[in-house]
Ligand binder design. Structure first.
Ligand SMILES: [Zn+2]
Length: 406
C-alpha cells in the first residue's frame, strides 16, 4: 500500500511512539514487529532476551493498524513501502516527545505471514559506558589499562556476536588521551558515533573493504587503529603488521576463549613469531544477566556444583542466588533479572605463552601456558560472580561450560 489514510497515519504514529517509549524505558536494544494471521505482535530484546512488549506494559497493536504501522516506519526510514517481497534496510532518527531523537536502524524481511520489521535502537555518544562499569574486576581493569597505554601492539577482544566486544572497545577508547592522538576505526557497521575518533564505515559495494580502509588509514598518520573484526588472512596479516610498525591496533576475533584466538590466527597463516612480538593482550568475554536485588532467592548448591567450585580453586559459597522460583509481581525486573555485566578472561603475552606459541600453537598447550601465567578461565570468573550473588548458576550455564573436567 502506498497511501495511508490520515486517521490510520495518526494511529500508527501514536502506536509507534508508545511502543518506542516503553522499549526505551526498559533499555531495550531492539523492537521486533512480527506478522501473524490476525495482525502484528511486538517483542523487544532486553538484556539479550526477547520478551512480549505487552509484558512490559505496551498495549497490543490494533490489528487495523498493522499495515499502516509498518508503512509509517518504512516511510520514516526512507524505505520503499511498495517493496514488501525483498529485504530492505533503512535508517531513521525518530523524534521523541521531549524533542530528543532516537537513532534507529530498520531491517525488513518478507516472511510467509507478511513483512517483519526489526528496529535496532542505537545508543548515542553519551551512552558510552565507562570501562570501570563493564564488569572487569580490579586486576582485569589494571591489565587492560596497561595494554591501552602501550605505544604499539595488538589488543584482541574475542567472543561470540552480542557479547559486548564493541562496547568494550568504545569504552576503552574513551580512556585514551584523544585530544593528542589520532584514533581511526574501521567498522561494519558504525554502532555509536564517538567524538574525537575518526570512524570509517566499510562499504563493500562502493569498494571500501576492511583491507582497503586499513591501507588508507595507515597513510593517515594514525596512533591507534581499531579494526572492527579480523575476518580473514589478509586482515589478520595487515592488523599484525600495523601493530609491529608502531601502532596500537585494537580488533575483535571470533573465538571461544583467549588462547583459541592465537590458534585461529596461526591457522589464518600469521607466523607465531609475529604474534609473540605483536600481541599485548587477548581478552575473551560474555555478557551475563544480573540478578534483580529485589527478588533474588538464596539456594543451596548441589554436591556436584560444589565440586565445580573446588575444581576451579575457589571457596565453595554457603549458598548462591537464583531468580524467584515462582513468577512474582516484582516491578523492578523481568523474570528475576535486570541489566547485564561482562565476565572476562585476560591473556597477556608472557615468556611462557610466547614459548608455547612458538613450539606448539595448539589450543591445549596454549591453555596450559595461559594457566601457568596466571590467566583464569571465563568459567572461573563466572563462578566468582555467582558467589558474589551477581548472577545465577542457570544464567552462567547459558554462556560458559561449568564442569568438573574441563
Ligand atoms: Zn525483581
Amino acid at each position: 500500500m502506498n497511501y495511508i489514510p490520515p486517521a490510520l497515519q495518526l494511529g500508527a504514529a501514536d502506536t509507534w511512539q508508545r511502543l518506542l517509549q516503553v522499549a526505551m524505558e526498559h533499555r531495550a536494544s531492539d523492537i521486533h514487529l512480527e506478522p501473524h494471521a490476525s495482525g502484528l505482535t511486538a517483542r523487544v530484546r532486553i538484556d539479550g532476551v526477547l520478551v512480549a512488549a505487552t509484558h512490559i506494559g505496551a498495549a497490543p497493536i490494533d490489528a487495523a493498524l498493522k499495515d499502516s504501522l509498518r508503512s509509517y516506519i518504512k516511510i520514516s526510514a526512507s524505505m520503499d513501502i511498495a517493496q514488501q517481497r525483498l529485504p530492505q534496510d533503512g535508517h531513521w532518527l525518530a523524534k521523541l516527545p521531549n524533542n530528543g531523537t532516537q537513532d534507529c536502524r530498520i531491517a525488513s524481511m518478507p516472511t510467509a505471514m507478511g513483512e517483519k520489521l526489526v528496529i535496532r535502537l542505537l545508543a548515542n555518544n553519551s551512552q558510552c559506558t565507562p570501562l570501570a562499569q563493564l564488569g572487569y574486576n580490579t586486576d582485569q581493569l589494571a591489565t587492560l589499562h596497561s595494554s591501552l597505554r602501550a605505544p604499539h601492539g595488538l589488543i584482541l577482544m574475542t567472543g561470540p556476536t552480542g557479547c559486548g566486544k564493541t562496547t568494550s572497545i568504545y569504552s576503552a577508547l574513551q580512556t585514551l588521551d584523544l585530544a593528542h592522538i589520532n584514533v581511526c576505526t574501521i567498522e561494519d557497521p558504525v554502532e555509536l558515533l564517538l567524538t574525537q575518533v575518526h570512524q570509517i564505515q566499510v562499504n563493500e559495494t562502493a569498494g571500501l573493504s576492511f583491507t582497503a580502509a586499513l591501507r588508507a588509514i595507515l597513510r593517515q598518520d594514525p596512533d591507534v587503529i581499531v579494526v572492527g573484526e579480523i575476518r580473514d588472512k589478509t586482515s589478520a596479516h595487515m592488523a599484525v603488521q600495523a601493530a609491529q610498525t608502531g601502532h596500537l591496533v585494537i580488533s575483535t576475533l571470533h573465538a571461544n576463549n583467549a588462547p583459541q584466538a592465537i590458534t585461529r590466527l596461526i591457522h589464518m597463516g600469521v607466523a607465531a613469531v609475529d604474534l609473540t612480538s605483536s600481541i599485548q593482550l587477548i581478552t575473551a568475554q560474555r555478557l551475563l544477566r544480573e540478578l534483580c536485588p529485589m527478588c533474588k532467592e538464596p539456594t543451596a548448591l548441589t554436591p556436584l556444583q560444589a565440586q565445580v567450585w573446588h575444581h576451579n580453586g575457589l571457596a565453595v559459597p554457603e549458598f548462591v542466588y537464583q531468580p524467584p522460583h515462582k513468577p512474582t509481581e516484582c516491578l523492578a525486573c523481568i523474570n528475576g533479572y535486570m541489566g547485564r555485566f561482562g565476565i572476562y578472561q585476560m591473556l597477556a603475552m608472557t615468556t611462557t605463552l610466547g614459548q608455547a606459541c612458538l613450539h606448539h600453537g595448539d589450543e591445549q598447550s596454549l591453555q596450559t601456558a595461559a594457566t601457568q601465567s596466571g590467566t583464569h578461565t571465563l568459567a572461573h570468573n563466572a563462578l566468582q560472580r555467582i558467589s558474589q550473588g551477581s548472577t545465577s548458576w542457570q544464567e552462567a550455564l547459558r554462556h560458559v561450560t561449568l564442569e568438573v573436567a574441563q
